[in-house]
Design a protein around this ligand. Structure first.
Ligand code: R1P
Ligand code: URA
Length: 290
């Protein structure tokens, strides 16, 4: 059955609705960033740029880095945008946009997707300026209320432990990212477990003028521990997309890694004075290792 026009929406030129891209814009390795202005910070290192396209917050440059074809795309903020990004990227490679039929299993393409983003550390021993690779992500957002994500026993136990510790009305979801990509690209970085929040202020425990429903949220996340056969699990950092990437990556069959430039430390109250430099170091390392 072809996918209906209302479900798989194409623009007049045949490009996919939000990303505004055609299948030949997609390389097998994709770097994603939140901030549209970070796309040129990545592509400035390319030997050549063959395509530049944008629509809304989705800015895309396609080019070559040391002979390797790379697509870099911005997503804006939040897992709602990651739902759009991951579904449309997957459709570009795994659905025939002319017949609107999903490709047969044996023709499916597995992408490698690497998020290069900023993040706030929860732990005093992970200072600003650190580079952190997310081993697991815990989603506090609602995206997985709408998909049948299968979690491992450990993931369910961690997520349930967090729900109980914070007395949340709902169970967060927990997903491990790509071990392969983490070992290849993040091998010398801090290994972390990332909390993906549906906001930057209240959901990350920031108080400006509004009181919080969970006033001790930061301390409870800092202190949360889960003992497993693999060792002690602790939560390390806050951001707003990783769990959505990891969950949709698992369900769609793509390898996904989230890399974090730590620009804030919520335990010490610091913000990096050189945040652009930290992000640029992460970009350079990522490009050299993919
Ligand atoms: C918040 O300032 C934004 O920064 C982080 C968060 O995940 C959120 O998107 O990532 P980016 O720097 O990639 O946008
Ligand atoms: N991005 C976030 O989501 N939180 C921070 O503290 C810093 C960057």
């Amino acid at each position: 059955m072809p996918i209906a026009e209302s479900e798989l929406i194409l623009n007049k030129d045949g490009s996919i609705y939000h990303l505004n891209l055609q299948p030949d814009h997609i390389s097998d390795t994709i770097i994603t960033v939140g901030d549209p202005d970070r796309v040129p910070s990545v592509s400035q290192h390319f030997d050549s740029i063959e395509t530049q396209i944008h629509k809304r917050e989705f800015v895309t440059h396609v080019g070559y880095y040391k002979g390797k074809r790379i697509t870099v795309i911005s997503t804006g903020m939040g897992t709602d945008n990651i739902d759009i990004l991951m579904n449309e990227l997957d459709a570009l490679v795994n659905v025939d946009l002319v017949t609107r039929e999903p490709r047969p299993l044996e023709e499916r393409i597995n992408l490698r997707i690497i998020r290069v983003g900023t993040s706030g550390s929860l732990q005093a021993d992970i200072p600003v300026g650190s580079l952190l690779a997310s081993e697991h992500a815990v989603g506090l957002d609602s995206l997985m209320q709408f998909y049948p994500l299968v979690e491992t026993g450990l993931e369910v136990e961690v997520a349930t432990g967090i729900q109980q510790a914070l007395q949340l009305d709902y169970r967060p979801y927990c997903v491990r990212g790509s071990d392969l990509l983490r070992e290849q690209i993040g091998f010398d970085m801090v290994m972390g477990n990332t909390l993906t929040c549906p906001g930057f202020y209240g959901p990350q425990g920031r108080v400006l003028r509004l009181d919080l429903r969970l006033p001790t949220l930061i301390q409870q996340f800092q202190q949360f521990r889960y003992q497993s056969a693999e060792g002690e699990f602790r939560l390390t950092n806050f951001e707003m997309e990783t769990a959505g990437y990891y969950a949709l990556g698992r369900m769609l069959g793509h390898e996904v890694l989230s890399l974090n430039a730590i620009v804030a430390n919520r335990a010490t109250g610091e913000f990096a004075t050189n945040s652009d430099e930290v992000v640029n170091t992460l970009i350079q390392k990522t490009l050299d290792r993919i």
